[in-house]
Design a protein around this ligand. Sequence first.
Ligand code: GLU
Length: 420
Amino acid sequence: MLHQALSRLYEAAGHLDITADVFEKLKSPRETTQARLVIRMDDGASKSYPAWRCRYDDTLGPTKGGIRFHPDVSIDEVETLAFLMTMKCALINLPFGGAKGGVQMDIHNLSATEQERLARRYVQCFAKVIGPNRDIPAPDLYTNSTIMAWMADEYAAIVGEVTPAVITGKPISLGGSLGREDATARGGYYLLLHQAQKLGLRSGARVAIQGFGNAGKHIAQLLGAAGFKIVAVTDSKGGIHCSSGFDVDKLIAAKRQGSVTSLAGSDGVCTLPADELVSVNCELLVLAALEDMVHAGNAARVKAHIILELANAPITPEADKILNAKNIVVLPDILANAGGVTVSYFEWVQNRQGDSWPIEQVHARLKTRMEQEGDAVWTLAQEKGITLRGAAYVHALSRLAGAIGAQDMQHFLIAEAPKR
Ligand code: GLU
């Protein structure tokens, strides 16, 4: 997976004047720590789970990235996602490097008290790795603000100091930022609306959404309120289709009860096999589930003209080529889903200042960043005649390469050598 992700970096390098030092630094992670988390279950037995934290690169600042709890988590996945965080933070111009954490487990098999013990154990095992000036975790797949609160509390107990800036995505009452909850979707939404004219996207357009977790739910709300028609949705249990458009409140209520699929059979809603979502007739496809969902085997069936990647790495490089040949525009993950880490950065800044910003300020700052960096990526793509993903990597890599170059002592010595 990492090899595949790095291929996009090497491709971007072809458009820049990059020294070998930059690749030497970025070709593999700086530090990956592995642990086995042993916890006591409610029935008295003990169980253990493999866990990782990868700090991929810290040239631009302390490393930043979420922790996911999922059965498919592996060292390769964690390192790849940490690499993507490195590119994402560089692209959106945050003073952060990239990191990721994960525990290989199924959260559905653990009670709330077991989840709390696991979250605390994670911090006990990785307390030396993380820190407000070193590495700052946040939520990701199947982790949320409650889990972040347990983790922040455990960290405070270990270091003997309340340290809210060690973790972001906390509950508001414990130093979380207003606007962090829907930030991933909202960032993508601001980007989409800002580029709508260039993309030929009109209000009322039909939308299919893959995944109905945090990002999928909030993008449905935002697009629904803006007059878009949500015609198909999937979650981990399956999918549904409604050609006249869903009532988003009903989707959210159904999901709260277990799955959106319970709406099938009512008001013109029919069942849709989950793997058919990508081939639904629509103008906009939102990918908000897992990695590699659009691949060489199904990319040719995509009917949307625009794809918004709210998940990390939902399209494989082979699928990218197929979509590009079909003139489908992809708003790439490292740009489209950067709203989450951007508001995480705002939370870290507020925690360090002992401040809390009004929601309007969070939204305005997020909007500015998404629009500015979105415009920069768009212009680069036009100038170089490359895809938005290609341009996003070029944009991020040029920032990183500039910073790596500035750190280079050899370069400094040559530049400062007295002239004879
Ligand atoms: N997990 C999110 C991501 O993949 C957010 C990370 C963060 O807020 O640090 O971008």
